[in-house]
Design a binder for this molecule. Structure first.
Ligand code: ATP
Length: 386
């Protein structure tokens, strides 16, 4: 068997890593590749604030789960300490006695190969399979390969393909700026956003795509309008514009779900319900939407609150909660008697606009024979004395 071994920190894993493995499998006709995230890399410091080894292992598994002929090993993370390749190779040599081992590495690793611990022992156990990470690197790789061959009798194969020009370092810079999504294999980005690893904040385009996929198509225009309005209101009243955008994009993501699904989501996210809510699915979507925003999209408590209270309102609403409640009410697609007045008021006196909004929705419910929720009655009482 021809077995490839691909070590790295994978902090985080990206398309550059996955492409390299896929290309090596094809071009070297490898039967299998073991991807091995290290516990502590010998050559560099792990960036501050990085997730721990278990988390990197999980991300790496997600990154490679769709690559045929490849598996992710926890052997270095389980071993702990500094992960020297020579130790890993000795174990694998022992286990795969009759197989040919290929140690896969990019140019950066190869060019400092003579600094690796016991590099000559490594050369005696494996062929180095080396690839460029960017254009213009190949000449240097050829020279280095020739030198290692002459000096140590090294077996080096240069693998030619167009690499994805990116590094984990670059990605760690991009993630907090809502960028970098295009460098990730499916699933990795979602996991990073969900846990807000690396200080990641979701790319708005990605977040919209996810949110709209959960809506009935007819509701997309409303959510777009709500986002626009929420941003305008947040700017007008000094609320956090980014949080307003996240909350608006996600506020209706469970709107189409039926009561049984709503109840399942409430149980999943530990959301407690009162009597009315247990039987009225419409009131639940704000709570379950908030649950998904927090636990699946990593939104913070302010965004959670803004989504959670966007249907009923409540006493003592925070600024972001007011902004989302109002944006939902007056976004450009809304059309009802009094909407223009309410729109004007929302930009001159937000609290009076809320008061008017609560009154209108209570009146509307009463006229339709629906009992207004206690929270909304409480919200009206609070805001009218505010
Ligand atoms: P960092 O930027 O944190 O140094 P990295 O992107 O170089 O990280 P590592 O996990 O250190 O990623 O790399 C593991 C292996 O993958 C190394 O052999 C490295 O050369 C290779 N590699 C990394 N990025 C690419 C890429 N874009 N294309 C091909 N190989 C890559």
């Amino acid at each position: 068997m021809k077995l490839g071994i691909f070590g790295g920190t994978f902090n985080p894993p990206h398309k550059g890593h996955v492409t390299a493995v896929k290309e090596c499998i094809v071009r070297l006709k490898l039967d299998h590749v073991l991807v091995i995230p290290d516990a502590l890399p010998p050559h560099k410091e792990i960036a501050e604030g990085s997730p721990d080894g278990r988390e990197r292992l999980k991300l790496t598994k997600i990154a490679f789960e769709r690559v045929k002929g490849c598996s992710v090993s926890d052997m270095e993370i389980a071993r702990g300490g500094v992960s020297y390749t020579v130790d890993t190779l000795r174990r694998l040599r022992e286990k795969y006695k009759n197989d040919r081992l290929f140690l896969l590495m990019g140019a950066d690793m190869f060019l400092c190969f003579e600094q690796w611990r016991e590099f000559e022992a490594i050369l005696s156990m494996a062929t180095l399979a080396v690839f460029a990470r960017r254009d213009g690197e190949r000449e240097e790789l050829y020279r280095m390969a020739e030198r290692l061959r002459l000096a140590y009798g090294a077996n080096v194969k240069l693998v030619e393909f167009d690499a994805v020009e990116v590094s984990s370092t670059r990605i760690r810079e991009l993630l907090p700026r809502r960028k970098g999504v295009e460098y990730f294999p499916a699933g990795v980005y979602s996991e990073i956003v969900k846990k807000r690893l690396y200080g990641a904040k979701p790319d708005y385009g990605w977040l919209r795509q996810k949110a709209y996929a959960m809506l009935e198509p007819k509701r997309v225009a409303h959510v777009k309008g709500c986002e626009e309005e929420a941003v305008r209101l947040a700017e007008r009243w000094g609320a956090d514009v980014e949080k307003a955008r996240e909350a608006a994009i996600l506020h209706d993501i469970t709107k189409k779900e039926k009561l049984d699904e709503q109840l399942r989501l409430c149980a999943k996210y530990g959301i407690e319900l009162d009597e009315v809510e247990r039987t009225e699915g419409k009131l639940l979507h704000s709570k379950t939407g908030a649950g998904i925003a927090k636990y699946e999209f990593g939104c913070d408590d302010e965004v959670y609150g803004a989504i959670f209270w966007h249907t009923t309102g409540k006493e003592n609403m925070a600024l972001l909660e007011k902004v989302i409640y109002m944006a939902d009410y007056i976004e450009p697609n809304r059309d009802f008697d009094g909407v223009e007045r309410l729109r004007r008021l929302a930009y001159t006196d937000l609290d009076r606009a809320l008061e008017m909004g609560f009154e209108m929705s209570i009146d509307d419910m009463v006229s339709r024979g629906i009992q207004p929720h206690d929270r909304t009655l409480g919200a009206l009482d609070w805001i009218s004395h505010h």
